[in-house]
Design a protein around this ligand. Structure first.
Ligand code: PEP
Ligand code: MG
Length: 888
């Protein structure tokens, strides 16, 4: 039969599965010789049995009896002993911390007799009756399921009767009266007496803690945090110590280092004459921990020694809860402490320097999310209280931006050219707003989710964006938006937007720059003294050395490419050529679409070709010697044409005076209109339907590569075909492209090899990857579209439409557009990778959807054995770090 109960002296910190985090760490401290109040832990296995069968496992009660007897022996008193009772707490403690989600009952062992004994022993009647009423209150609520407010109301009534506002204003007699009232509440609402038998109190409390594993809030928390449902909780039965026995008692929390900065020192808070719950409730002000030296030097010195011991032992920063009972220090809890992003990097390197951990472990101790946090400019929180919070939207692209409100792209450009900082506010953005987005410090939209155009483009540019701020009514024509409460904000008014929290403020909040970005930009020497920058530099160097995955960037202009390279990108994984067709060049695309003859079409293509060549030349130069994957045009053509409604209105209003050009345009817009454009004429389908379009792009690539080669450069083009679903599509385009490449080689006398490959972004492509690999030299997983088509979720609409409900219900803990869905989309990726490799061993495999910069997804890509991930330039350092961590 398994062992269900472990004395604190029997466990250790590695038994978290069995003893939960709290129990394992209490055991560890006990074995280190620290003063932990004696007790024992009932295992998660017992909980699992209880939850599965509705009864305690055979043998558990005998084990509890034996451990309780040993505990009573050790303490020299018995549970419920009339003249000097042993009191215990019964606390939950699962493997993963689930703060406040499960139950705890304190002061078990009190009844009408033993309360007198406690009063006599403590020499404090009020304390004893207060402890007793706390027991009945907690027990009533958690074990007997009585509405907590009934007890609270009774306390309020007692305070009113006494004429006090404070719990402390109630004396022993008042509390004795409350105990009677509470017992009445139990009788009335639970239909039974409060159990006077301490052992019954304990047994019922243990079951209640087990049951609380399945409390609604706990279930929801686990879904959201992706904690497995079947772990169960352990139960810790621990002898009580009291911090509320007078001025020589107290309770506190301590950190072995500053959790904000990582610096070593004495950090924490202490509250004299109080219990832990009083600290949480904030009833009285705590004093800083260093003051304890003045209050109780012996305990303080001991605590310092214990903290140093714990940190050396855990080889990490720890947080601690302690209580001093009449001058005796007790350690009640410890665990590896939570910390800020900056502290995580600093602490990892400090511990490395102290030889407590090695470089692999230092890299494990930080995360890509923490690095990302360090890269964004932030609002100075000290100043935030002076401004008005207007609303909260979705935190679409992190950072902090301040500027004058503008409502159009043109105005954004105008003001930016005059040196003004602006925030572009739109209902939603479209490709036309790109110039305005580039000019603005940040973007705010009232519609659209985290994969809306505004969000994706802003993230790509590393630009702050708050989207889907639905409370705002944006009136572009009138040049103003209205916030809740009727606050009207007009063009030129200054707002501040926080892309990390989604908050929007009226007025200017001061922004602090990130030294970490200055370092990645090469503007800050890591040896220059900034401890944080040094730490980031050291961890990154180690991660780069360990990584198996390469990291590329999604970039479609030379500036972004150059920045990505400074940030450590090893090439470009996705150059979206359609981004090169915007702005003034839209006219040319319009001509192409409107062309009625082959000649007109060729003229339009001929005009576009040199412009494309120029773009590619710049990008090849910025990425000299590194691969550049250029994706041929992808989105449906109507995206380059005016809006159907706007144009219809314009033509209708002009009547007979409407220009011929506008009429033809309207006809084309109607002709190209699709109900489901994302599933329509886009990607490879466009290339097969519009003669010459792909050839023009391939020619531009080949000529640009030849130019670079002649100029002494080392261009490495890779030509990528989007939205392929069948090998036949790819074969047709491939033949055309190879023809053009051969032509250009003959014309220029320079033969620059170019790989030809495809994106895998449709389930059919993934499932027939073995065939597709016959015609593809590389695959790049377009997981934005692959997620969209696998789930059948429109990437432009769903987040605003129903994702918040899905997240609430725990259908998923995080949007599958943010973190790759391993079970569904991931399975397709695995199949395609395996079957692609089977057909073409050595086929290059990468990912270029938004997931390429997401930590969890990077680990998945490492596990599948992809060659690289590609992400927005700003995310490159995050992906590098995670690629390294995945390999360690
Ligand atoms: C994708 O679908 O994942 C992708 C990278 O292409 P786009 O986002 O341009 O559709
Ligand atoms: Mg795509």
């Amino acid at each position: 039969m398994p062992k269900f109960v472990y004395d604190f002296t029997e466990g250790n910190k590695d038994l978290k599965d069995l003893l939960g985090g709290k129990g394992a760490n209490l055991a560890e401290m006990t074995n280190l010789g620290l003063p932990v109040p004696p007790g024992f832990t009932i295992t998660t296995e017992a909980c699992r049995h209880y939850l599965a069968h509705g009864s305690l496992p055979d043998g558990l009660q005998d084990e509890v009896d034996a451990h309780l007897a040993a505990l009573q022996e050790e303490m020299g008193k018995r549970l419920g002993q009339a003249d000097d009772p042993l009191l215990v707490s019964v606390r939950s403690g699962a493997k993963f911390s689930m703060p406040g989600m499960m139950e705890t009952v304190l002061n078990i062992g009190l009844n009408d007799e033993s309360v007198e004994g406690l009063a006599a022993q403590a020499g404090d009647e009020r304390f004893a009756w207060d402890s007793y009423r706390r027991l009945i209150q907690m027990f009533g609520k958690t074990v007997l399921d009585i509405e907590g407010d009934l007890f609270e109301d009774a306390i309020e009534a007692a305070k009113d009767a006494r004429g006090t506002k404070d719990d402390a204003g109630l004396d022993a007699a008042d509390l004795r009266g409350l105990v009677a009232t509470f017992k009445g509440i139990v009788r009335e609402h639970a239909g039974r007496e409060f159990p006077a038998d301490p052992r019954e109190q304990m047994d019922l409390a243990i079951k209640a803690v087990f049951d609380s594993w399945n409390a609604d809030r706990a279930i929801l928390y686990r879904r959201q945090e992706r904690i497995p449902v079947d772990l169960g909780t352990a139960v810790n039965v621990c002898s009580m110590v009291f911090g509320n026995l007078g001025e020589d008692s107290g309770t506190g929390v301590a950190f072995t280092r500053d959790p904000a900065s990582g610096h070593q020192g004495v950090y924490g808070d202490y509250l004299q004459n109080a219990q832990g719950e009083d600290v949480v409730a904030g009833i009285r002000n705590t004093v800083p921990l260093p003051d304890l030296e003045r209050i109780d030097k012996t305990s303080y010195d001991q605590l310092m020694e214990f903290m140093a011991r714990l940190e050396n032992h855990y080889r990490d920063m720890c947080d601690i809860e302690f209580t001093i009972e009449r001058g005796k220090l007790w350690m009640l809890q410890t665990r590896v402490g939570k910390r800020t992003a900056a502290a995580a990097f600093r602490i990892a390197c400090q511990l490395l320097d102290q030889d407590l951990i090695d470089a692999d472990e230092a890299a494990r101790r930080v995360t890509g999310d923490q690095l990302a946090q360090l890269m964004f400019p932030r609002f100075d929180t000290a100043e935030i209280e002076d401004v008005t919070l207007l609303t909260k939207g979705m935190n679409a692209s992190p950072g902090a931006a301040v500027g004058k409100v503008v409502f159009t792209s043109e105005r954004a450009k105008e003001l930016a050219e005059q040196g003004e900082d602006v925030i572009l506010v739109r209902r939603e953005t479209n490709p036309d707003d790109l110039a305005g987005m580039v000019a603005a410090q940040g973007v705010l939209t009232s519609r659209g989710g985290k994969t809306s155009h505004a969000a994706v483009v802003a993230r790509g540019m590393g630009k702050t964006c708050v989207c889907g701020a639905e409370e705002l009514e944006v009136d572009v024509k009138a040049g103003r938006f209205t916030a809740p409460g009727g606050v009207v904000v007009g063009e030129g008014d200054v707002i501040s937007i926080d892309g990390s929290s989604g908050e929007v403020y009226l007025g200017e909040v001061p922004v602090m720059d990130s030294p970490v970005v200055q370092y990645f930009e090469g503007e800050l020497d890591p040896a220059g003294g900034d401890e944080l920058v040094q730490a980031v530099h050291r961890v990154m160097a180690h991660a780069d050395g360990a990584a198996a995955l390469k990291v590329r960037a999604n970039a479609d202009n030379p500036d972004d490419a150059a920045r990505a390279r400074r940030f450590g990108a090893q090439g470009i994984g996705l150059c979206r050529t359609e981004h090169m067709f915007l702005g003034d060049r839209r006219q040319l695309v319009e001509k192409l679409i409107l062309a009625e003859t082959a000649e007109e079409r060729q003229d339009a293509l001929d005009a576009l070709e040199p412009l494309q060549r120029e773009d590619f030349t710049g990008i090849f130069a910025a990425m000299d010697g590194l691969p550049v994957t250029i994706r041929l045009i992808d989105p449906p053509l109507h995206e380059f044409l005016p809006d159907l409604t706007d144009l219809s209105v314009k033509v209708a209003l002009a009547g007979a005076d409407a220009s011929d050009q506008d009429r033809r345009l309207l006809e084309a817009v109607r002709r190209l209109h699709e109900q489901n454009p994302m599933l329509g004429l886009r990607g490879v389908r466009l290339g097969l339907v519009i003669p010459g379009l792909f050839s023009m792009q391939v020619r531009a690539i080949a000529e640009a590569a030849a130019d670079r080669r002649r100029a002494g450069g080392d261009p490495r083009p890779e030509i990528m075909i989007p939205l392929v679903g069948a090998v036949q599509e790819l074969e047709a385009v491939r033949e055309e492209a190879e023809g053009v490449l051969a032509e250009v080689a003959a014309e220029t006398g320079v033969d620059v090899p170019a790989l030809i490959g495809t994106m895998i972004e449709l389930p059919r492509a993934a499932l027939t990857a073995g065939q597709i690999a016959e015609a593809a030299e590389f695959f790049s997983f377009g997981t934005n579209d692959l997620t969209q088509t696998t789930w059948g979720f429109s990437r432009d609409d769903v987040e605003a439409a129903f994702f918040s409900r899905y997240l609430e219900l725990g259908v998923f803990g995080v949007s599958p557009f943010e973190t790759l869905d391993r079970d569904g989309v991931g399975r397709l990726v695995r199949i395609a990778a395996e079957e692609g490799r089977r057909t073409r061993p050595g086929i290059k495999l990468g990912i270029c959807g938004e997931h390429g910069g997401d930590p969890d997804s990077v680990h998945f890509c490492h596990e599948v054995g992809l060659d690289y991930v590609s992400c927005s330039p700003f995310r490159v350092p995050v992906a590098r770090l995670e690629a390294g961590r995945a390999a360690i």
